[in-house]
Design a protein around this ligand. Structure first.
Ligand SMILES: NC(=O)c1ccc[n+]([C@@H]2O[C@H](COP(=O)([O-])OP(=O)(O)OC[C@H]3O[C@@H](n4cnc5c(N)ncnc54)[C@H](OP(=O)(O)O)[C@@H]3O)[C@@H](O)[C@H]2O)c1
Length: 294
């Protein structure tokens, strides 16, 4: 069987870039950004997609800032619901496989146990609500689609929490981070590897599935882990200690954030047939590669 032609949406995003970095050496891979297909103009989508050859579409584009979504709910609706729905209709019509990325923020955050795919969703902000509506719209329009929920992404393609914390710690020893909000930091690089396995070995797999590393962390413990690794690697960070603060002490957010969105990845782990590594190991690999590449 010839390898599938892959179209990735999200050319300037952390996950989109990671997918492109992973797939482009081995597959015929195209990546599009907003300039190629603007989700705020869903009417252009069918014509744009009809002009492109692809067998698998990975949608890593969307409006991802909870605060921006809260302030611009109509734009969030176009980017996270309407455009993915139209894309799913196009994939269904041409028999292409669609993998659509979603979020742990579809959950309320009011639970201690990891959320399973079947658990009830109850998003508490516009971002989460539009992402959940997008999941449903995609699966209605293209029942064979896979909705891959991910959480707290990091990796070499775009700075995220650990990079920002290390940068701050190079300047100051006064750092604080929220300790009462937990999820699973997840490597974009690992996601790309898992997605390849699914494309190659599980062509018929659809529905919702959680894609995250093992373990759990708060923004606080994630920050301290990054600083400890950076210190061990010899970076001149001024501290490895971060002051724990509570989410409700932060006043700058426009959107409410869910407190506990750790997702169970038992389904993915079964499918891959081996243990999924802990986020800490993935973070260590990422930082070693970033600061001490071989
Ligand atoms: N980052 C996380 O921690 C996290 C957590 C949970 C779930 N997710 C989900 O994972 C997926 C990928 O996230 P990410 O972190 O890679 O996001 P990201 O870095 O914010 O990238 C989002 C991408 O979507 C594009 N985009 C936004 N609005 C668009 C529009 N109107 N038309 C076309 N493209 C548009 C952006 O382009 P521009 O640069 O032009 O805006 C960018 O390429 C998303 O579905 C997100 O909801 C992410």
């Amino acid at each position: 069987m010839p390898s599938p032609r892959i179209l990735i949406l999200g050319a300037t995003g952390g996950l989109g870039r990671a997918l492109f970095r992973h797939f482009s050496p081995r597959y015929s891979t195209t990546i599009w950004g907003r300039a190629d297909m603007d989700f705020e103009k869903p009417e252009i989508i069918p014509e744009r997609l009809a002009a492109q050859d692809f067998d698998v579409l990975l949608n890593a584009a969307g409006m991802t800032s909870p605060d921006a979504c809260e302030v611009h709910p109509e734009k969030a609706g176009l980017a996270n619901v309407t455009a993915p729905k139209v894309i799913a209709e196009c994939c269904e019509a041409r028999g292409a496989r669609m993998i659509h990325f979603s979020t742990d923020y579809v959950f309320s955050g009011q639970q201690y146990e990891p959320w399973r795919e079947e658990d009830e969703t109850a998003p508490i902000n516009v971002y989460g609500r539009t992402k959940r509506e997008g999941e449903l719209a995609v699966l209605r329009a293209c029942p064979s689609a896979l909705v891959a929920r991910v959480s707290w992404l990091f990796g070499p393609d775009k700075p995220s929490h650990p990079d920002n914390v290390i940068q701050r710690a190079l300047q100051t020893d006064e750092l604080s981070a929220v300790a009462d909000k937990v999820s699973v930091p997840t490597s974009n690089t690992d996601i790309a590897v898992w997605i390849e396995r699914l494309i190659d070995d599980h062509a018929g797999l659809g529905g919702v599935m959680h894609f995250c590393n093992s373990g759990r962390a708060s923004w606080h413990s994630w920050a301290e882990a990054a600083l400890e690794i950076a210190h061990r690697l010899g970076l001149p960070v001024k501290t490895t200690q971060v002051k724990p603060i509570k989410l409700d002490s932060l006043t700058q957010f426009k959107a409410q954030r869910p407190l506990m969105t750790v997702m169970s990845h038992a389904k993915l782990q079964n499918l891959l047939g081996g243990a999924i590594r802990n986020w800490h190991d993935a973070l260590e690999d990422y930082l070693v590669e970033k600061y001490h590449p071989k």
